[in-house]
Write a protein that binds this ligand. Structure first.
Ligand code: UDP
Length: 320
């Protein structure tokens, strides 16, 4: 198959491109390099079946042409990272809603399969862990900009499912849970690359809040393997899937693991949320996926353990 990856020069997109090429598929990338980087895909240049365009998805003639040439679209282009979202809410909402709108509109012309990358953030403040795909989404109030990201992605999901219901456009929605691995920069606030960079530079490791909040981290390789297998499963169409890892760790413990594995002398310091993000910032205490739906359909099982992930990320930053 030939796949178009919007946001293909980003962290997840570049790993997906590589995996698809390794499995004999062709790949086209559309990326405006807003948060992605040409370094992420430079090793793919010259590989058979690989092409890319540095352009925004808002350029509809280019987008339409690339969709036309593809069998499946992985729509990964989005404004991501809690820091970016809090600092640039207009950009976040416009990019995430408009981008998905135009991708679905053009894919619909020839009924090309579209995978919409959504996020565990849509579960919001729900405490019904582990989160199931059919559970209620619990958003915070609109003056708190963090929720703009969750809502923009929820609108993307609604729109994609509406295209499926009303126009029979095949879509698959995936909710990614704290995906981590090499090439994630941490420039926009993601915790693991931030901790690793701090640990390697012997700078304080900044735990926001009291560090008891937990996350479950998934290796990017496990995520992209699931994506490639999902598009080959007809029963996935019209469905929403969590892609994550059930293993949970508190952010305080994560800081300790990073410090130990990096053999770092860094101090671990606590930073109040107000100082880290904005006054009144709301964090989620826990975020754990229920992965039984995707496990039952394609036999998905995350393979890479957190310590191994941390070591790979340390390795990546040491080589840079
Ligand atoms: N976090 C932290 N220190 C940092 C960056 C993030 O303690 O330098 C915390 C953040 O407050 C959250 C968790 O780590 O509780 C995960 O943050 P991230 O931005 O990676 O993803 P999120 O789960 O918030 O989307």
């Amino acid at each position: 198959m030939r796949a178009l990856i919007t946001g293909g020069a980003g962290f997840v997109g570049s790993h997906l491109a590589e995996t698809l090429l390794n499995r004999g598929h062709e790949v086209l990338i559309l990326d405006n390099l807003a948060t992605g980087s040409i370094d992420n895909i430079s090793h793919l240049k010259g590989r058979e079946g690989f092409g890319y365009a540095i352009e925004t998805i808002a350029n509809e003639p280019v987008l339409a042409e690339l969709i036309d040439r593809s069998d499946v679209v992985f729509h990964l282009a989005a404004a991501v990272g809690v820091k970016l979202i809090v600092e640039e809410p207009v950009h976040t909402i416009e990019t995430n809603v408009h981008g998905t709108e135009v991708v679905l509109k053009h894919a619909n012309k020839k009924k090309k399969l579209v995978v919409i990358a959504s996020t565990s953030e849509v579960y919001g403040k729900s405490t019904a862990v582990p989160f199931r795909e059919d559970a209620d989404l619990v958003m915070g109030p609109t003056p708190k900009h963090r929720w703009a990201y969750a809502c923009s992605k929820a609108i993307d999901e609604f729109l994609a499912l509406a295209y499926w219901k009303e126009k029979k456009l095949p879509v698959i929605i995936v909710r990614l849970f704290n995906t981590v691995g090499p090439r994630q920069t941490g420039q926009y606030g993601m915790v693991l690359p931030t901790f690793v960079r701090q640990a390697l530079a012997s700078q304080p490791i900044t735990v926001f809040g009291d560090g008891t909040q937990s996350r479950s981290f998934t290796y990017v390789g496990d995520v992209v393997d699931a994506l490639v297998r999902l598009v080959q499963e007809p029963k996935a169409v019209g469905e929403v899937f969590n892609i994550g890892n059930g293993a949970e760790i508190s952010i305080g413990d994560l800081a300790e693991r990073v410090k130990t594995l990096a053999k770092s002398a860094s101090a671990i310091v606590k930073v109040p949320y107000d100082q880290a993000y904005e006054a009144g910032f709301e964090d989620m205490p826990r975020r754990v996926p229920d992965i039984s739906k995707i496990r039952n359909l394609i036999g998905y099982e995350p393979k890479v353990h957190l310590d191994e992930i941390i070591c790979r990320v340390i390795d990546y930053f040491r080589k840079r």
